[in-house]
Design a protein around this ligand. Structure first.
Ligand SMILES: Cc1cc2nc3c(=O)[nH]c(=O)nc-3n(C[C@H](O)[C@H](O)[C@H](O)COP(=O)(O)OP(=O)(O)OC[C@H]3O[C@@H](n4cnc5c(N)ncnc54)[C@H](O)[C@@H]3O)c2cc1C
Length: 360
């Protein structure tokens, strides 16, 4: 009889959840030759479709420990994956750089110290004489904005990314099933995932990538895993003011914690909020535009043309994300909170290594 190791290429892996994490795991595993099935009932409503797609990796100020290691790996892996995925969508790219700004002198001093201590050529301080700062001060009618620029960080458009992954997965004949998994169990060395319609899907392994709902499928108490919902709202604003040209601004930047992405001369995206709830609060415009002492007129008069939200899962009592081998053939990869797009490559690599070890 052949062992699982000999049959490694024939092993079937079920990925529950098809947000960025489920899709990225499926990509990595199908490249290794596994048979993969992704199961998700409502993939267009997940938090991945709500994301802004910023990759805040190199600008992360804690330069040691697990969070930094994952970020560092992802920053290195993303350009390679983008080159690979461009075969399926030539428009997919990482828009660089990323700029982080503040009006708070203490926070700026911290940024200066961080850059000075790390001596990283990809990070630089931005002050008044920089063209970026001049344009931002002019547009936002401010004088005291400063910050840093990170050459290696940037943004991937999450919508293009998810669509490109779909194209790739279709090309690789990865199965998609529209079910909602309500139970998983092990029987005779196989995993059985049961959908709400009572369909049983058998596999050699299961990877839980279904965010908050992952804990409904496991004994979360004995595994000691708690996830909390953190809702994030974002909006697109139309600005009808000839005084400001939003295209004079950098492609993506952050002022006092709010991310800003100019889309055209008179349209920009701002995100996101941090709401410890599953229902969006109502004062979206105020919550997202109060990042300066005084708003410029054009922003005050801006009109929301689109708004959306996503519910992120945040681990309680341990750092984000949760990546654990729960038992033979069962892995959890979830709880990404704010950084699922950034961390997808590093975390999928970790999962793939665990799986390779399992079958060897
Ligand atoms: C407004 C906003 C802005 C953001 N901006 C950024 C950013 O700039 N950069 C960044 O890196 N991250 C950002 N994020 C965070 C990022 O979106 C998340 O970290 C990431 O999407 C998490 O991906 P996921 O695949 O774990 O979860 P999700 O995308 O939520 O996917 C989980 C999937 O599991 C499915 N599912 C649930 N239960 C079941 C079940 N029982 N059976 C089958 N399927 C199931 C759901 O339908 C869903 O499709 C942002 C988030 C929000 C809300």
């Amino acid at each position: 009889m052949k062992s699982l190791k000999e049959n490694f290429q024939k092993a079937h892996i079920v990925v529950i959840g098809s947000g960025i994490i489920g899709k990225f795991n499926a990509l990595e595993l199908s490249e290794l030759g596994f048979q993969v099935t992704i199961i998700d009932p409502t993939e267009l409503q997940n938090s991945s479709y709500a994301a802004l797609g910023l990759l805040m990796g190199n600008m992360y100020q804690k330069r040691k420990g697990r969070s930094w290691d994952l970020r560092k790996q992802s920053i290195e892996l993303w350009p390679q994956w983008i080159t690979f995925l461009q075969k399926f969508n030539s428009e997919l790219n990482i828009e660089k750089p990323l700029i982080q700004l503040t009006t708070n002198e203490e926070k700026f001093k911290k940024l200066e110290k961080f850059i000075y201590e790390n001596n990283d050529q990809n990070l630089r301080i931005l002050e008044g004489e920089s063209i970026f700062i001049k344009n931002i001060n002019k547009a936002f009618q401010t004088k005291n904005i400063k910050g840093m620029i990170s050459i290696k960080d940037g943004r991937i458009n999450p919508f293009y990314l998810l669509q490109t992954l779909d194209k790739y997965l279709k090309h690789k004949k990865v199965n998609f099933s529209k079910g909602e998994i309500i139970k998983i169990r092990k029987s005779n060395n196989q995993w059985i995932s049961t959908t709400r319609n009572n369909e049983n899907i058998k596999s050699d392994m299961v990877i839980l990538c279904n965010s908050l709902k992952a804990i409904d499928l496991i004994d979360s108490i004995s595994h000691n895993i708690t996830l909390k919902p953190v809702l994030g709202q974002a909006m697109e604003i139309d600005v009808n003011d000839a005084e400001v040209d939003l295209l004079s601004l950098p492609k993506q930047f952050n002022i006092n914690g709010k991310n800003i992405i100019p889309k055209s001369k008179n349209k920009l995206i701002i995100g996101s909020t941090d709401e410890y709830s599953t229902k969006p609060e109502e004062n979206t415009f105020e919550k997202l535009t109060n990042f300066l002492d005084k708003k410029p007129n054009w922003l005050m008069k801006g009109k929301i043309s689109k708004k959306w939200y996503g519910i992120r899962s945040r681990p309680d009592g341990e750092p984000s994300p949760i990546m654990k081998n729960l038992e033979d053939g069962l892995i959890i990869c979830t709880g990404f909170y704010k950084n699922g797009i950034l961390l997808a490559p590093a975390c999928s690599k970790w999962v793939a290594n665990e799986i390779k070890n399992y079958f060897s």
